[in-house]
Design a protein around this ligand. Structure first.
Ligand SMILES: [Fe+2]
Ligand SMILES: [Fe+2]
Length: 246
């Protein structure tokens, strides 16, 4: 896990850096004549470049939604990397054969965190002010479930990913609703926005893959499964609610 240190340091630097610039999400979601020239048309076309996209500026409500989505996603992915970092040593002491699985899930979480670190920096979104609190809680959750045993650690992943999968699905639904409205009004959708939706879908699918791995590795044999997953899921919902706002 030594490789996680530079990443976590970067995340903590972001957390402690006061990025309080005005939100300027997707500023290019408007038609502009100063965009870079289009690439030449493919051979065989009629030689005229495609017309510039007709894009509708985001409303303040849409900007606020996107800011809070990026903020909570970044906080959640930081928590996920910390949970796996804390879980891995106690689990591998008893179950060394799980090393490839733990590494695979950690590596995907580290990639998710990189994605949202870069998006919040690009769009000048303020990170959650509760970074230090989430960091302590996530590390504590990962460590305590891992010392309870593999089943409890996997139940933790099952609970977290159930909530996170639903959370990403709700965001994707909201973005698709915006796309539907723009298209109904005759506007185009920016490549950046389309890319954001496909990034969220990829990450959602990877979180649900973690959920499947956890169930395959006896998450539901944790004792008492209903209590453990109930508490963790409620904690996740609370953390999401707060991070969207603070
Ligand atoms: Fe993730
Ligand atoms: Fe995950």
């Amino acid at each position: 896990m030594a490789s996680s240190r530079p990443l976590l340091r970067t995340a903590r630097q972001l957390a402690t850096t006061k990025i309080l610039l005005p939100v300027s999400l997707f500023p290019r979601h408007v038609s502009t004549t100063s965009s870079p020239p289009s690439p030449p048309p493919p051979p065989g076309s009629n030689g005229t470049p495609p017309p510039p996209k007709k894009l509708k500026p985001l409303t303040q409500e849409q900007k606020d939604f996107l800011s809070s989505a990026l903020r909570v996603n970044q906080a959640g992915e930081l928590a996920a990397t910390l949970i796996y970092t804390a879980q891995t040593p106690p689990i591998l002491r008893r179950e060394p054969h799980l090393k490839p699985l733990m590494k695979h899930m950690y590596d995907q979480e580290a990639d998710h965190l990189r994605v949202f670190n870069s998006l919040i920096a690009k769009h000048r979104v303020r990170p959650t002010a509760l970074y230090p609190l989430w960091s302590v809680l996530a590390t504590g959750l990962g460590w305590s479930t891992a010392v309870m045993g593999k089943e409890a650690a996997m139940a933790c992943t099952e609970a977290v990913e159930t909530e996170i999968g639903g959370h990403y699905n709700a965001q994707i639904r909201e973005l698709l609703k915006m796309v539907t409205e723009w298209e109904a009004e005759g506007y185009d959708v920016s490549d950046e926005f389309t890319e954001l939706i496909s990034t969220l879908r990829r990450i959602r699918d990877e979180e649900l893959e973690h959920l499947d791995h956890a169930v395959e590795h006896d998450a539901q044999k944790a004792e008492p499964h209903w209590l453990l997953t109930g508490i963790i899921r409620a904690g996740c919902r609370g953390a999401i609610w707060v991070s969207e706002r603070v």
